[in-house]
Write a protein that binds this ligand. Structure first.
Ligand code: G3P
Length: 220
């Protein structure tokens, strides 16, 4: 079971990494744009904060371009950076090549079990089905995770990890884990939601008030 952050905000990554349970980080061109920072600088900073896999995405559309961007990113960035490739025929060929060179990959923008299976066949390290964006269309994103995990169960030789992405709420995370997804990547807000409960806060408040009275009575 792996928990990744889906952000390029280094302050958020530092905050959650301090909890001691962060396994990796995923970025994409939109998250880099949102950060307003230089791509390689921000990914290098993230890679220094979190030792787990950090996904950096290629933007070329052709296989050769994806391969050359992927190799350049591996040369320029820290060793824990892995290459995110779109789920297209060209991306599949790039994944196969990068895998043959021992480079870890994350095949992204996956919306069907057949796409996930093709990415696994190409040797992807991770495959990223986008749950929330499927839900947004009125379909059931969790059904896709169930189909992928059902398919994976038929082929124990598949080593590709299912990385559930486009997570919108804590229930998405729990449901993915109950279906056996290997990894979930989520915004910092959902990490916080997973860890907080009003009854925990209320209970702590009561304990601290009572303890203050114990101290005031000289009984601590
Ligand atoms: O990592 C990309 C994926 O998680 C996208 O999420 O919220 O833009 O659908 P979202």
């Amino acid at each position: 079971m792996e928990f990744f952050l889906d952000t390029a905000d280094v302050d958020e990554i530092r905050e959650i990494a301090a909890w001691g349970i962060l396994d990796g980080v995923t970025t994409n061109p939109s998250l880099i744009k949102k950060s307003g920072r230089d791509f390689k600088t921000v990914v290098s900073e993230i890679a220094a904060i979190c030792p787990g896999p950090i996904s950096a995405e290629v933007t070329a559309m052709d296989t050769e371009g994806m391969i050359s961007q992927g190799l350049a990113l591996k040369d320029d960035l820290p060793g824990n950076v892995i290459i995110k490739v779109p789920c297209t025929p060209e991306g599949l060929a790039a994944t196969k090549f990068l895998t043959s060179k021992g480079i870890d990959t994350n095949v992204t923008l996956v919306f069907s079990a057949s796409q996930a299976l093709m990415a696994a066949k190409a040797g992807a390290t991770y495959v990223s089905p986008f749950i929330g964006r499927i839900d947004d269309t009125g379909a059931d994103g969790m059904q896709l995770i169930a189909e992928i995990m059902q398919t994976w169960a038929c082929y124990p030789e598949i080593t590709t990890k299912v990385l559930a992405a486009s997570i919108r709420h804590p229930t998405h995370v729990l449901s993915c884990m109950q279906l056996g997804a290997h990894t979930v990547t989520m915004p910092a807000k959902i990490f916080r939601q997973l860890m907080t409960h009003p009854l925990t806060d209320r209970g702590l408040d009561g304990f601290l008030k009572d303890w203050a009275e114990v101290e005031a009575a000289g009984n601590a």
